[in-house]
Ligand binder design. Structure first.
Ligand SMILES: [Zn+2]
Length: 172
């Protein structure tokens, strides 16, 4: 499928309030374009969230296992093929890597950019504002921003099948 079709189908879903409500807690890989050299590599999207299967572990404590690693890296490789942009590139010496990667639920992965407060008790973000008097941005509003792309599983159709023969991908 072409990049244009993937983008169009994804935007149709992420701009739909009901769809956002259904998908707020799905696991995602977050690909953050760090604007190296002053450019966005897959314009206009500098925040891309790719959905992973529902049983993928997220977070840092229990998530760094082989299944997580396989799915995380497979999604990044898939996006690299679709966009023909090197996800491990570094286009400017002073800026460092072009992209950084993390994984969490869609709600949690977007929370820091939505100005949500972090709870030291639950070690998760809440929907409360981080700064008093500056409201946090609701997820559905964040997903309407023109630089944000959420790619659902039913759009990417990535084959996440995993068994002992499946190669494990590694990003440096
Ligand atoms: Zn630079």
């Amino acid at each position: 499928m072409s990049l244009n079709r993937i983008v169009q189908q994804s935007l149709d879903i992420q701009h739909n309030l009901q769809e956002v409500g259904r998908r707020a807690d799905v696991p995602v890989v977050f690909i953050w374009d760090s604007h190296t050299g002053g450019t966005v590599k897959v314009p206009p999207f500098d925040r891309v969230y790719i959905e992973l299967p529902a049983d993928t572990p997220v977070g840092w404590v229990d998530g760094m296992d082989e299944l997580w690693s396989h799915r995380h890296n497979l999604a990044i490789k898939w996006w690299e093929q679709v966009t023909a942009v090197d996800m491990n590139g570094s286009s400017c010496r002073c800026c460092g890597p072009d992209f950084s990667f993390s994984s969490n639920t869609l709600r949690q992965a977007t929370a820091t950019h939505r100005r949500c407060a972090y709870s030291n008790e639950t070690h998760m973000y809440t929907e409360d504002p981080e700064i008093e008097g500056l409201p946090s941005i609701p997820l559905d509003q964040w997903l309407k921003r023109p630089h944000v792309l959420f790619i659902p599983l039913d759009v990417s159709k990535i084959d996440f099948t995993y068994n002992s023969k499946t190669p494990v991908y590694h990003t440096p």
